[in-house]
Design a protein around this ligand. Structure first.
Ligand SMILES: Cc1cc2nc3c(=O)[nH]c(=O)nc-3n(C[C@H](O)[C@H](O)[C@H](O)COP(=O)(O)OP(=O)(O)OC[C@H]3O[C@@H](n4cnc5c(N)ncnc54)[C@H](O)[C@@H]3O)c2cc1C
Length: 375
């Protein structure tokens, strides 16, 4: 008899949720991960009593009640509401674009005044095109929201993100730029959002309770790749799809982000979890102050230090963290070819963001696993 029903490669949210469901169904699982810790990209490091989102800030949000109830059955979530700020040359603006932003930008106090201002600037942008369609991101954004919002909140931030001028980026990157004509700084439109009380590691620990796990084990540089069929009936693979097939059709490209994290010897550095830096004056795109995800009111001051991370857009090279798939025609076509190969693999479930070569928020990842029949 084989030791396990499932060998699960990758202890990210997909692998952990799968392990939880399989264990509930009475299945024996082994979870392996090549990193020295469990949790994949939602893993947090404890620094000065603060949960530091090591692989980038993660905010859980969903409108799916089943998903929300599921995660809350593992660990209760707090009331964190994402309401980022933009800092442009020392001036602060609320995000997403809403009545607070427009008041800060123009002093307007009513939706009518804001609409009049935006429409006037949009009209100027359309006139400047002289009847032709926008041919690049800059023209597209100007037509959608006008000059002031574009120049203060979009232009230089986007250039830092992409490493190219907005006038050299394709128009399709920005399809819509929603503006809210109410005073509402809540970034997400979802019904539910929050952070697990006690941090994301609690969610991972809860999902993996009673499941055998091994860290520092790479599926490829170990006995597992060659032997897994002797160990388990089925494989749940959440690593990179091209790596699974030994890159035989070519390598998929990724985009990445790098972080510079430091401890500040003060309880409160920027007064908010997320501040976007929308001018070229700073080389980074955002500064995250991790404690504000989980500490509120006096709790901020009860913890004497704070941890901040600057985020930098970085060109991806081998060995870096593969964060975002590149949605161009070469990569989309290549990923599709790999997916076709994956469909032919017997007793292997390819799941999660790396194996599907698609960006997913956390909630859709959980929704996918909850929808699987675990036999
Ligand atoms: C910068 C960033 C910010 C994000 N912010 C948010 C957010 O605010 N809200 C939100 O809902 N979502 C956010 N996400 C998305 C979220 O991270 C994903 O939905 C989630 O991590 C997907 O889980 P996963 O299990 O598919 O992948 P991962 O968490 O990446 O897990 C895959 C695991 O597989 C392991 N692995 C890979 N290859 C091997 C191998 N050969 N052998 C052994 N182990 C292997 C890896 O080490 C990793 O631990 C963000 C993503 C990024 C990149």
């Amino acid at each position: 008899m084989k030791n396990y029903d499932y060998l699960i490669v990758g202890a990210g949210l997909f692998g952990c949720t799968f392990a939880y469901k399989a264990r509930q169904a009475g299945r024996r699982c082994l979870v392996i991960d090549k990193r020295p810790h469990l949790g994949g990209n939602i893993y947090c490091e404890d620094v000065e009593g603060i949960h530091v989102h090591k692989y980038g800030a993660h905010i859980f949000h969903t409108s799916n009640k089943k998903v929300w109830d599921f995660v809350n059955s593992i660990v209760e979530f707090n009331r964190y509401t994402n309401s980022p700020l933009a800092n442009y040359k020392g001036r602060l603006f609320n995000l997403p674009f809403n009545m607070n932003t427009f008041h800060q930008m123009w002093g307007v106090t009513t939706p009518e005044m804001a609409v009049a201002k935006i429409e006037e600037q949009k009209r100027q942008a359309v006139e400047a095109l002289g009847g032709r369609e926008p041919s690049n991101l800059e023209e597209q954004a100007l037509v959608l929201v006008g000059k002031d919002i574009f120049e203060i909140l979009i232009k230089e931030y986007t250039e830092k993100q992409w490493g190219r001028k907005c006038s050299e980026l394709p128009a399709f990157i920005i399809k819509r730029l929603p503006v809210r004509l109410i005073f509402d700084n809540n970034y997400f439109n979802d019904k539910y959002q929050g952070i697990p009380i006690g941090g994301y590691n609690r969610l991972i620990d809860g999902l993996l309770e009673g499941v055998e796990c091994k860290t520092n084990v790479d599926f490829f540089s170990s006995e597992y790749k060659a032997n897994w069929r002797n160990m388990a009936d089925k494989l749940v693979y959440t690593g990179a799809i091209d790596e699974y097939f030994d890159y035989k059709l070519g390598k998929l490209d990724w985009r990445t982000v790098s972080f510079k994290t430091r401890v500040e010897d003060k309880p409160n550095y920027q007064g908010n979890a997320v501040v976007n830096y929308t001018s070229h004056e700073q080389p980074y795109t955002r500064v995250i102050e991790h404690k504000h995800f989980e500490m509120f009111g006096q709790e901020v001051y009860d913890c004497p230090k704070t941890v901040v991370s600057e985020e930098y857009s970085t060109e991806y090279k081998d060995g870096m963290e593969p964060y975002y798939p590149v949605n161009d025609s070469r990569n989309n076509a290549l990923a599709e070819q790999y997916r076709e190969l994956a469909m032919k693999e017997q007793n292997v479930i390819f799941g999660g963001r790396l194996a599907q070569y698609k960006y997913f928020d956390m909630a859709p990842i959980i929704e996918q696993v909850l929808g699987l029949e675990i036999g």
